[in-house]
Design a protein around this ligand. Structure first.
Ligand SMILES: [Zn+2]
Length: 123
């Protein structure tokens, strides 16, 4: 089992995201130190998956109506799922915020979903 925290790095040389467990923010591609990375795109992630996030949010719903609202709002915005799958929590949050602004989610729904994002998602 790898230790440390997981980081997602954009390797320019490979044109791909690569993942590495480290105790500090990586400054090189873990596949080859000679590769060029775009450090601006390095993000800290953890092992929480989109399915975990969604299950926890739906388990936290205090009424069937709240669960229905969240399902409807997410069905209207499939990009939320794609962003979460890609550990792109910043963009996922923007889409969830847009759903709230459009009236598809209430503040309590927004708070519930955002509360299930992994710790440190916006670092
Ligand atoms: Zn690389």
């Amino acid at each position: 089992m790898a230790s440390g925290e997981q980081f997602r790095i954009w390797c320019v040389t490979e044109s791909a995201f690569v993942f590495e467990y480290k105790s500090t923010v990586p400054t090189q591609c873990p596949n080859d130190a000679g590769h060029t990375i775009d450090s601006a795109l390095t993000v800290h992630v953890d092992d929480k998956t989109r399915i975990q996030i969604m299950n926890e949010a739906f388990d936290g719903a205090t009424s069937p109506a709240q669960a229905d609202r969240m399902i409807d709002a997410l069905n209207k915005r499939p990009s939320v799922i794609a962003f979460l799958d890609n550990h792109n929590y910043v963009e996922a949050e923007k889409q969830i915020l847009a759903a709230k602004d459009a009236g598809d989610l209430l503040q309590e729904d927004y708070d519930l979903i955002m509360g299930k994002f992994p710790t440190g998602w916006n670092n």
